[in-house]
Design a binder for this molecule. Structure first.
Ligand SMILES: [Zn+2]
Length: 204
């Protein structure tokens, strides 16, 4: 089960993914409005084990600390995103959010690491470029891409740690190697597939 919850003024796609057999679940990018996200979790009676961050920008992390306390879940992020999570100037929260955000993840992952929840396995694919520690999360044939890859677009690269050259390489050599049929769930906007983006994304 995957439910998209659009939150905050930047319209971030937060996702709840649950293992239907065990009800164990993950929350990806809880950017804002924790009460809205909690309502969806309750509706599914999901037991959230991990709060997983595709990257550390303020619009994607605004509800992390509230949900961590209420859900007793562990925060998972790339080890290369650590400085951004801890620095409100790097993560833009001091500029775009009401409050400055600074925290550390409970688990820092590297490329190709895996973590299980219920009977599902998350595989982490580091995709730097939008930020230094940007990553995508693959569960079954579903890929959560954050602000790395969008439907017919890619993430901006003008903020701290960004590089368009590195972002294009991450997508071309790591994501476009995946199967055409894999569903793409981006951090903003509608979903897509790897096959569609490989053929139609104007940046390639
Ligand atoms: Zn971002």
């Amino acid at each position: 089960m995957i439910e998209k919850i659009v939150v905050g003024t930047f319209g971030v796609n937060c996702y709840l993914m649950m293992c239907d057999e065990t009800k164990e679940a993950i929350i990806i990018d809880p950017g804002a409005q924790p009460e809205v996200i909690e309502r969806v979790i309750k509706k599914h009676e999901a037991e959230v084990k991990y709060i997983v961050l595709t990257h550390g920008h303020g619009d994607h992390i605004g509800a992390v600390e509230v949900l961590k306390d209420s859900l007793n879940a562990l925060i998972v992020a790339s080890e290369d995103e650590d400085d951004m999570l801890q620095n409100p100037n790097y993560n833009e929260s001091s500029r775009i959010c009401d409050v400055s955000i600074s925290f550390q993840a409970d688990k820092y992952i590297r490329d190709n690491d895996v973590i299980k929840f219920g009977k599902k396995t998350m595989k982490f694919i580091t995709t730097p470029g939008h930020t230094k520690g940007g990553m995508c999360i693959l569960v079954d044939n579903h890929l959560f891409t954050g602000d790395t890859l969008f439907h017919k677009s890619i993430g901006r690269t003008d903020l701290y740690g960004g590089s368009q050259q590195i972002l294009l390489a991450s997508i071309a050599f790591k994501l476009f190697n995946l199967d055409d049929k894999i569903n793409v769930y981006p951090g903003h906007g509608p979903k897509s597939t790897i096959g569609y983006e490989r053929k139609k994304n104007p940046f390639f």
